[in-house]
Design a protein around this ligand. Structure first.
Ligand SMILES: [Zn+2]
Length: 146
C-alpha cells in the first residue's frame, strides 16, 4: 500500500471505523448480548448500539485501541508508518511525523503508548507487512486480556 492508497482508504474516521467494524463482524453486526443483527452507529464514540437490547459494542474493545481518545486516523497512520519503516522508528520521530501530517501535537505519553503497543505486536508476529495481517493478529484483537 502506497501513501496515496493509504490516504484514500484510511483518511477519515469513518473509513477507519468501517474497517474495524468489518474486521470484528465480517458477516455483519451481531449483538454480543442478544445476538440480534440490527444496530445504530454512534460514530463519535466508535460504538454500535443494538436496536433490540440497546447494548453498546465498541469496534475498539479489547484491542490496542481500547478506550482510546486519540482519533483512529492517527492510530492508523502510526501503524502504516511503523509497518513500512525500513529502520526502527522512535517515539520522538513518530511524534514529529504525526504532527507534520495533520494529527496535531500529541503528547509524548500518548505517542509513547501508541508506539509501544504497535511495536509489541510487530515484535510478537515477526513479520507484518499488510494492514490485514496487523489487524487480524492475536496481539491486536486481544490486547486487553494480557
Ligand atoms: Zn442486543
Amino acid at each position: 500500500m502506497t501513501r496515496r492508497e493509504f490516504e484514500e482508504h484510511f483518511g477519515t474516521e469513518e473509513q477507519c471505523q468501517k474497517y474495524l467494524f468489518n474486521k470484528k463482524w465480517a458477516d455483519g453486526f451481531i449483538c454480543p448480548k442478544c445476538e440480534q443483527t440490527e444496530c445504530f452507529n454512534i460514530s463519535s464514540r466508535n460504538l454500535y448500539q443494538c436496536k433490540l437490547c440497546n447494548h453498546q459494542a465498541s469496534v475498539t474493545a479489547g484491542t490496542i485501541m481500547d478506550k482510546t481518545r486519540t482519533p483512529l486516523t492517527c492510530w492508523f497512520l502510526a501503524i502504516f508508518l511503523m509497518i513500512n519503516a525500513k529502520v526502527k522508528i522512535t517515539t520522538k520521530y513518530l511524534k514529529t511525523i504525526l504532527n507534520q501530517n495533520g494529527m496535531g501535537d500529541r503528547s509524548y505519553n500518548t505517542v509513547w503508548t501508541i508506539h509501544h503497543r504497535i511495536q509489541t505486536i510487530l515484535k510478537e508476529k515477526g513479520t507484518i507487512s499488510t494492514f490485514d495481517e496487523f489487524f487480524e493478529s492475536e496481539g491486536f484483537r486481544t490486547w486487553r486480556s494480557k
